[in-house]
Design a binder for this molecule. Structure first.
Ligand SMILES: Cc1cc2nc3c(=O)[nH]c(=O)nc-3n(C[C@H](O)[C@H](O)[C@H](O)COP(=O)(O)O)c2cc1C
Length: 371
C-alpha cells in the first residue's frame, strides 16, 4: 500500500480525509492517514483556533488545510460589500424561500439560536485571510476546491515546502491546474459529496492519471471501504481522497446529530447533484428542498455566493427546528452535502476504526488479487 504520496507524507495508509471537523483530522492523522481540515465554514479567527488545537493534539503527524477559492464567482477577488450583495438577491428567489418555509411550517429562529454566517469563506477576499493563517501552521498540504488557487497562493505555499492540491472533475480542469503549478490532482468523480462534475470516478481517474503523468493523482468520489481504496490504486491513483464517510464519524461534532441520523438512514439513491446549496452543482441529500429548487416552479438558482445568501436564513431555521422542535416538518427539508457512498454509512463509528477497517480490507484485497 506504499504509494508515492504515502511515502512522501509519511503515512501508513494512502488515505486522505477531507473533513470540517478538527477532531476527525486529528483522529485520522494519528491513525496513519492524513486529515485535511475544510476551512470553508470557518472565519479566519475560528480557523486559527482550530489549527492551534490540531497542532496541540496531532502528535506531530502530517495534516493539511482545504480552502475554497473559486476560479469563477459573482465577485471574484473583489472586497466584500455585504449589503450590496444582499441587494443583488432578486425578489422571486426571496419569495420562493418564504413560500417553502410557510408550506413546511418552519417558524422563525428564537433569539437564543446559533446563527451560521450567510457568507462562508468561499469568496477570495475571505479565503485569502485563511491561507495566511494556514501558512503560519506546520501544514504539509494546502488544497483548493473549485479550480486552481491563484498563482501567488501557490507560490507562497511552495516557498514553505507545502504541497498544493486541487480538485478536478475533468481532464481539462486537471491539465489547467498542472499548468498553474498544482502538485497533486484530486480527480473527483460525480458520485462524490459536495461540488462535483459529471464524470464517474471509474472513468475520470485513469483519464486524469494519464493526462498529468507523472504527477500524482488522488482518487475521490465513492471511496468508503478498503476495496474501493484498492480500486483507486488499481486505477493508477496514489491514494484515496475521502469526504462523506467522516460526516458520521463519532468524533465529528460539526455534523449535528439530527443530520447524522438522516445520513445513516439514507441509501445510495438518495442524493442529487443540485445547485440548490451554493449555485454550483453539488451532490447532497435529495429532499423536498432540492426538488423544489430543481422543479418546474423554481425561479432558478443564483450564482455563488448569492444562492447561499438567499437561502441562509431558511437553512438556519430548518436546522434549528429539525433539531429542537419535536415533529417539525423542518426534518423533511433538512439536507447535507454527501456522496452516493452514504448508502454504506450505516452507523456512527470512531474515525480510527474507519481508518483501520479501510487499511485492513485494502491490504487483504491487494493480497487476494495477487494470489
Ligand atoms: C459535506 C461536504 C463538504 C465538502 N466541502 C468541500 C470543500 O469545502 N472543499 C473541498 O475541496 N471539497 C469539499 N468536499 C468534497 C471533498 O473534498 C471530497 O472530494 C469528496 O467528499 C470525495 O467524495 P466522497 O464524498 O464520495 O468521499 C465536500 C464534501 C462533503 C461531503
Amino acid at each position: 500500500m506504499k504509494s508515492r504520496l504515502a511515502k512522501e507524507f509519511g503515512l501508513r495508509i494512502p488515505l486522505f480525509a477531507f473533513t470540517n471537523s478538527p477532531e476527525v483530522v486529528v483522529a485520522v492523522s494519528r491513525a496513519g492517514g492524513m486529515g485535511v481540515l475544510g476551512a470553508v465554514a470557518y472565519s479566519a479567527d475560528e480557523l486559527a483556533k482550530h489549527l492551534d488545537w490540531i497542532d496541540a493534539n496531532i502528535g506531530g503527524r502530517p495534516y493539511g488545510v482545504d480552502v475554497v477559492m473559486p476560479a469563477s464567482s459573482a465577485i471574484g477577488e473583489a472586497e466584500i460589500d455585504h449589503e450590496a450583495l444582499q441587494r443583488m438577491i432578486p425578489e422571486p428567489q426571496r419569495r420562493f424561500v418564504g413560500e417553502m418555509l410557510e408550506r413546511y411550517q418552519v417558524p422563525p429562529l428564537p433569539a437564543s439560536a446559533h446563527v451560521y454566517s450567510d457568507l462562508p469563506s468561499f469568496v477570495n477576499a475571505l479565503s485569502r485571510a485563511q491561507v495566511e493563517i494556514a501558512l503560519t501552521h506546520p501544514i504539509k498540504l494546502l488544497a483548493n476546491a473549485l479550480g486552481p488557487p491563484p498563482e501567488d497562493v501557490i507560490a507562497a505555499a511552495h516557498k514553505q515546502g507545502i504541497k498544493v492540491a486541487a480538485l478536478a472533475g475533468s481532464k481539462r480542469h486537471a491539465l489547467k491546474q498542472r499548468e498553474a503549478g498544482v502538485d497533486i490532482i484530486v480527480a473527483q468523480g460525480t458520485e462524490a459529496g459536495g461540488h462535483t462534475g459529471e464524470v464517474s470516478t471509474m472513468v475520470l481517474v485513469p483519464e486524469v492519471v494519464d493526462a498529468v503523468a507523472p504527477a500524482p493523482v488522488l482518487a475521490a468520489g465513492g471511496i468508503g471501504s478498503g476495496r474501493q481504496l484498492a480500486a483507486a490504486l488499481a486505477l493508477g491513483a496514489d491514494g484515496g481522497w475521502t469526504g462523506s464517510i467522516w460526516l458520521t464519524a463519532a468524533e465529528n461534532k460539526v455534523t449535528p446529530p439530527v443530520v447524522k441520523e438522516k445520513l445513516v438512514a439514507a441509501g445510495s439513491r438518495d442524493t442529487v447533484r443540485s445547485r440548490a446549496m451554493t449555485g454550483k452543482p453539488a451532490r447532497q441529500l435529495k429532499t423536498p428542498w432540492t426538488e423544489a429548487w430543481d422543479g418546474k416552479e423554481s425561479p432558478g438558482t443564483l450564482p455563488l455566493p448569492l444562492q447561499f445568501m438567499a437561502t441562509s436564513d431558511a437553512i438556519n431555521r430548518i436546522h434549528y427546528h429539525a433539531a429542537n422542535t419535536p415533529d417539525s416538518r423542518a426534518k423533511e427539508l433538512l439536507g447535507s452535502a454527501v456522496g452516493q457512498i452514504v448508502g454504506r454509512m450505516n452507523a456512527v463509528r470512531p474515525a480510527a476504526e474507519i481508518v483501520e477497517d479501510i487499511a485492513g480490507e485494502c491490504e487483504r484485497t491487494l493480497a487476494g488479487l495477487r494470489e
